[in-house]
Design a protein around this ligand. Structure first.
Ligand code: 9MR
Length: 451
């Protein structure tokens, strides 16, 4: 697939037509990836795609989509036999409209699985697993690139995670799940997906042994997903070797959930280290025939699972909270073969929701101050907002309320919290903070982006 004559011919044709140094400059990672016979993907949720600017960025950059939550059991079968595919269907339709393929995520997992499943006895649980796979894989038959059939079934030491699946059904449930999925949709590639399996170690050794055994026993498995939820500066040096050994077993490999988290706020040094981490991961995949693509777990730091799961950490994705490309994006761009300038962030679509922000110092004392920002929606209601500003006099924010605030040096980004995102047309809401100042405390000019 990677070196098919058609793809090579297309790449040569593009190189001839476009001026030197401009190849790929007008398009995002997806076109670069396609020219290499691989893909670039992102995860997204229904609510994230309600942000039209973000969705447009996703359409430009990604030719593979993973629903972030909507295909998980708690959404798709909240009570036994009652299926709800509407949220995932909307993501699949959006992907089709954007000419993106879809990775199904995930069928059998210990997390985000309703208690009615967890409370079943062994025989009923086994049947519920088969019924769930039949229904969900059947619903999407012929429409998906792949399924993460089983997710995160191993402990760090390579033993089986003692989930309710493992405790009630024993080792055989994984193979049973793969067989069931194959029987329903023979075209979907069937993956085992896990984290901390990116480099060689006890956990990836265990996955390797399982895949090898499945291949020998004829259990239908097509791929291994390495999630790659990584920590700044800690890309395993054996990543390429690890990918290669799986590929040598005759399965494809994908990087399925890449992000590289750091303690926030970010600094230019940390962003440079992150860029180098993204380069290492991308190169490790792209060097191995059989590593079919890279998916990041979101595109923008505005929408990431990291800050809520690891308080004080974040900034893990290739675009910042204002959708500006970070050095990590350039790493992906170069690794995928881009030359010239990467594309600019997409302009907001016409009719995008607007808002205004005003900044006030409501109290000030030696070394400290209290600030308040009022967000006012324009002529249309907004469902969320981001306010950014830059402090001119070295001020810092020490605590805040009614907004999620992050600082990158003097640049501040404030996002709505859950309850105050929606603001009616012409309506307003406020958030506040305590800060420090020294010498001068001028009021900055905030910029509001609505969605
Ligand atoms: O991004 C997902 C987040 O919205 C959910 O709250 C979380 C719950 O476990 O799951 C996140 O996605 C996970 C993925 O499904 C499996 N690998 C780890 C991901 C991050 O937690």
């Amino acid at each position: 697939m990677r070196h098919s004559p058609v793809v090579v011919a297309a790449a040569i044709a593009a190189a001839v037509v476009l001026p030197a140094g401009q190849a790929g400059a007008a398009s995002g990672l997806r076109d670069l990836a396609a020219a290499k016979g691989v893909y670039f993907g992102t995860a997204a949720t229904v609510s994230e795609w309600n942000d039209a600017t973000y969705k447009a960025l996703g359409a430009r950059e990604a030719n593979m989509l993973t629903p972030g939550n909507e295909m998980k059991w708690d959404t798709t079968e909240p009570s036994q036999g009652r299926f709800n595919f509407a949220p995932a269907d909307s993501l699949v339709s959006a992907a089709v409209a954007a000419n993106q393929r879809v990775r199904g995520h995930t069928l059998v997992w210990h997390s985000q699985t309703p208690s009615w499943v967890q409370n079943l006895g062994a025989t009923a649980l086994h049947q519920a697993m088969l019924d769930h796979i039949n229904a969900e894989v059947g619903h999407y038959k012929g429409k998906l690139y792949s399924w993460d059939v089983v997710n995160e079934a191993f402990n760090e030491d390579g033993t089986r995670r003692q989930s309710f699946w493992q405790q009630k059904l024993g080792d055989g449930y994984i193979a049973d799940a793969f067989r069931a999925a194959r029987a329903v949709d023979p075209a979907a590639k069937l993956y085992y997906n896990d984290y901390n399996t990116d480099g060689i170690g006890a956990k990836s050794d265990a996955v390797y042994a399982m895949v090898k055994a499945f291949k020998q026993q004829g259990v239908p498995i097509d791929g291994v997903g390495l999630q790659a939820h990584l920590i700044l500066g800690q890309v395993p040096s054996s990543m390429q070797q690890n990918i290669q050994r799986f590929a040598d077993l005759g399965v494809e490999v994908a990087i399925t959930e890449l992000d590289v988290r750091m303690t926030t706020p970010s600094t230019s040094d940390k962003l440079a280290t992150q860029a180098s981490d993204y380069t290492k991961v991308a190169n490790a995949c792209l060097a191995v025939r059989g590593c079919v693509g890279i998916t990041t777990w979101g595109l923008s730091d505005r929408y990431s699972w990291i800050p809520s799961t690891f308080p004080g950490e974040g900034a893990a994705l290739p675009f910042d909270e204002s959708f500006q490309p970070k050095p990590a994006y350039n790493s992906l761009y170069v690794a995928y073969g881009g030359t010239g300038n990467p594309p600019p962030p997409p302009p907001p679509p016409p009719g995008d929701k607007t808002c205004a922000a005003t900044y006030a110092i409501v109290g000030q004392w030696a070394g400290g101050f209290q600030g308040e920002v009022r967000v006012t929606a324009g002529s249309a209601a907004i469902s969320g907002w981001t306010v950014t500003w830059t402090f001119a006099n070295g001020q810092t924010i020490t605590s805040s309320w009614s907004a999620a605030i992050t600082a990158s040096g003097s640049a501040i980004t404030a996002n709505n919290v859950g309850y105050n995102g929606p603001v009616g047309a012409g309506g307003s809401t406020t958030f506040g903070f305590l800060g420090t100042w020294n010498g001068t405390n001028s009021a900055p000019s905030p910029v509001c982006t609505g969605r």
